[in-house]
Ligand binder design. Sequence first.
Ligand code: NI
Length: 191
Amino acid sequence: MTVLPIVSVGDPVLRERAREVTPEELRSPRTQQLIDDMIETMRAAGGAGLAANQVGALLRIFVVEISGNPRYPYKPEVPLTVAVNPAIEPLDDETAAINEGCLSVPGLRGEVDRHVRVRVRRLDRDGAPRDETRLGLTAGTFQHELDHLDGVLFLDRVRDPRTFTTWEQFERHHRDAFVARAEALTARVGS
Ligand code: NI
């Protein structure tokens, strides 16, 4: 497995819509290698998720894994998930303001409204269909990754630009209040 370079905001590949993966393509050693490399890259960067656009590949694939994540210690654990050709459907109208960051937007965080209950349909890396409910912060993570495949960054969804902070200022001034809100959300809706 190889740790790939992660592209940052300004690279046009982050603004393009990734295309669907065909069954043959998914089975190919090349795509399987890409998935392995994305997992390795996400882990090396300490990310909660990574979308193919972020390593310059315009295929509808993202990976998510959260296990004692140092960037987001308040996020509930999520086992390694490979999502191919994913679709996300809100299960109701409720949203929550979630403070997000992104490996492709180094240094910046901001508050984004995300649906708190979503249905995620995807293929796994073997092409088997999966249908799951994701809740709270985890639902937010999946929406963030799906956005990447549509050329959308969390920056675009920040409703109030005054919520932008550096990671350092987040730690200093905003972390405690946000973590209290995040933990209350997890306790109320699950993950
Ligand atoms: Ni991101």
